[in-house]
Design a protein around this ligand. Structure first.
Ligand code: DI6
Ligand code: FE
Length: 409
């Protein structure tokens, strides 16, 4: 397809999520949207349309709603094995932390993932990725973190990159080597951090496999000091920074990551106001993960009011992973963020568009409908945008558009 192809969607209502639009959802009713190549080039009200370029392809939206493509800014969708047995154990009374401490949990997924080839990892991830795409995901972040040695960590990222080449979806990758302490370093987690900083990060950067690094800052994983070393190494290699923080306890990881200009800090149930202030100052996004909150039956709520008070942008993501959030539906995550966290439909939808893009360091190109942005768009058979957060289990998507091309799944 040549760069100059122009497509015009007419008769669409736009939920632009453009901050300069005053209406809720940045809504503009009855519009035409002009796309050239992979970019949005113009938006006009239908009544202001005069003669349209004869060469353009016209697509009639028939009064449907268009939103930016949905961005799932936190997933672990590349992995092998499954944790159904652990689910049974938890239902018999074991806790997530207990299972982790006894060598189950993340480490059982590590065993299966290390044994898989890159091709196998890709094949296993396909149904998860397709499920997300079918519901409107056009960008997805994928983490490593079940390899925990140089070869297996890089293989996970290779699988993630391969998924992005095979499918019409933008894949952004995070190196999460600091996810759990590997069995080989059971008694010397500092030596594993050395390995991450001196070998794994440089190799991932060299091969262009990682857009960012991620860490799990938690009593059952890595200390704030250890995470800081990873952030320093990431900075030296020009990688973005994100972090799992304040999920099960308050280790003050959010404030630390914000000091390193993190794009996003995620989970945040135990976040305090000091952390929120640090995030506001740094422009770090709060990525909320209601799937993990639900599946681990957490009761401590993330401090939504404080995040609102300090105007911290909030993203919402699935955290799709085998242990704490086996959730391959961003639409259901939207609903959960409303029901559990009392976020509004407008907030959660901004969380998978404008703020999801910011959480990936891509806020200048993705997540809003306005000229200059990439034409990643969804056309929905709905009467109001709130329906996308209200209902789940039905899929009112009519068209999925990535980089200006219709790419239905
Ligand atoms: N927090 C989580 O909820 C996931 N990782 C993390 O750092 C859990 C991953 C797993 O249990 O496999
Ligand atoms: Fe996660």
């Amino acid at each position: 397809m040549s760069e100059s192809v122009e497509r015009i969607w007419i008769n669409v209502n736009l939920a632009t999520f453009d901050r300069s639009e005053a209406a809720p959802y940045g809504a503009r009713l009855n519009q035409a949207i002009f796309v050239r190549g992979d970019q949005i080039v113009d938006i006009k009200a239908m009544e202001q349309l005069d003669n349209l370029p004869a060469s353009a392809e016209l697509i009639d939206g028939r009064g449907g709603w268009m939103t930016p493509g949905m961005i799932d800014a936190h997933t672990h969708l590349v992995f092998a094995g499954n944790r159904a047995r652990e689910f049974e154990l938890r239902l018999e009374g074991a806790s997530y932390q207990q299972i982790a401490q006894e060598g189950g949990g993340i480490l059982s997924t590590v065993k299966a993932t290390r044994a898989a080839t890159v091709d196998e990892l890709v094949e296993l991830a396909v149904p998860r990725l397709e499920a997300l795409m079918r519901e409107g995901v056009t960008s997805v972040e994928i983490k490593s973190g079940y390899g925990l040695n140089p070869e297996a960590e890089l293989n996970m990222l290779r699988a993630a990159r391969e998924l992005g080449r095979r499918y019409p979806v933008r894949v952004s990758t995070s190196l999460l080597a600091a996810h759990a302490i590997p069995p080989e370093y059971k008694d010397d987690s500092d030596a594993y951090i050395d390995l991450i900083c001196s070998e794994i990060i440089p190799a991932a950067a060299e091969e262009g496999l990682a857009d960012a690094v991620d860490v799990f800052c938690e009593t059952i994983a890595f200390s704030a000091n250890q995470c800081e070393r990873v952030f320093k190494a990431a900075k030296e290699h020009g990688l973005g920074i994100r972090a799992h923080v304040e999920q099960l306890s308050n280790q003050h990881g959010a404030a630390l990551a914000a000091r390193y200009d993190a794009w996003s800090v995620d989970h945040l149930e135990w976040l305090d106001e000091e952390g929120v202030e640090a995030m506001a100052k740094a422009g770090t996004v709060a990525t909320l993960l209601p799937g993990a909150f639900y599946f681990l039956r957490e009761t401590k709520l993330p401090p939504i009011e404080l995040l609102r008070k300090h105007k911290v942008p909030m993203a919402v993501a699935t955290d799709l992973n085998p242990g704490s959030s086996p959730l391959a539906s961003l639409r259901l995550a939207l609903n959960m963020a409303c029901t559990f966290f009392r976020m509004t439909p407008e907030e959660v939808l901004a969380g998978v568009t404008r703020h999801g893009a910011m959480a990936l360091g891509q806020g200048e190109e993705l997540g809003q409908i306005r000229p200059g942005m990439k034409a990643d768009l969804l056309l929905w058979d709905i009467e109001s945008p709130a329906e996308l957060a209200y209902q789940f289990g039905v899929n009112p998507i009519r068209q999925r558009i990535v980089g200006g091309e219709v790419a239905n799944v």
